[in-house]
Design a protein around this ligand. Structure first.
Ligand code: IMP
Length: 182
């Protein structure tokens, strides 16, 4: 049995739908991952995976994601979770108030581990734009301010399956699934 370790039900629902396409059944291990302060989301994801594996002898997936805004030199990036908790979408829009360069990307690192094995990671990335005001009520986190290239809608204006056609999470999960089922 394959477990996604996440306290975020939205994240789990997105991932479950993607892995179903590969006939993989995903369960949720509803614990908060330990997030170290590090410069890359890969370090955060892999460290958390190792810590969780010590206590849970299961086959697990752990993901760390972040929003990287070009005009802010990649901020909040690995600090996205803390920044979301403290200043939310409105705070990001404020930081970009007089900024016309709106390009940004979402990145996700998905780490796979099982007891007594090396952790292996998969990276997904989607480029897009930070819109000028919050739009939509779906999704979570920074979804209402991020519009992927190739769409007129923000992630929060999309259904889960529409978001899954673009998202960083989808890209990381597909790479994992293709590697896992071979
Ligand atoms: P996490 O630590 O991987 O859960 O993600 C860090 C932060 O990035 C979260 O608090 C979210 O605000 C944001 N984030 C990650 N993935 C997404 C996404 O798919 N949509 C919107 N925000 C996201």
């Amino acid at each position: 049995m394959l477990y996604l370790v996440t306290s975020n039900l939205n994240k789990f629902n997105e991932a479950k739908l993607i892995l179903e396409e590969y006939r993989l059944t995903l369960q949720r291990l509803p614990i908060e991952k330990l997030e170290i302060q590090a410069d890359t989301i890969q370090d955060i994801s892999e460290y958390a995976t190792k810590v969780i594996l010590e206590q849970n002898k299961k086959e697990i997936l752990v993901e760390d994601a972040g929003l990287f805004i070009d005009a802010l030199n990649g901020f909040p990036g690995p600090y996205s979770s803390y920044i979301y908790k403290t200043i939310r979408c409105e705070g990001i829009l404020n930081l970009l108030k007089s900024e016309t360069k709106r390009t940004a990307s979402f990145k996700a690192v998905l780490s796979y581990g099982r007891p007594k094995n090396e952790v292996i990671s998969f990276l997904g990335e989607i480029k897009g734009q930070i819109v000028y005001s919050v739009r939509g009520s779906g999704g979570f986190g920074f979804d209402p301010i991020f519009k992927p290239n190739g769409s007129n809608k923000t992630f929060a204006e999309m259904s889960i399956s529409q978001k899954n056609q673009f998202s960083h999470r989808m890209q990381a999960l597909k790479q994992f699934a293709e590697w896992y089922v071979q």
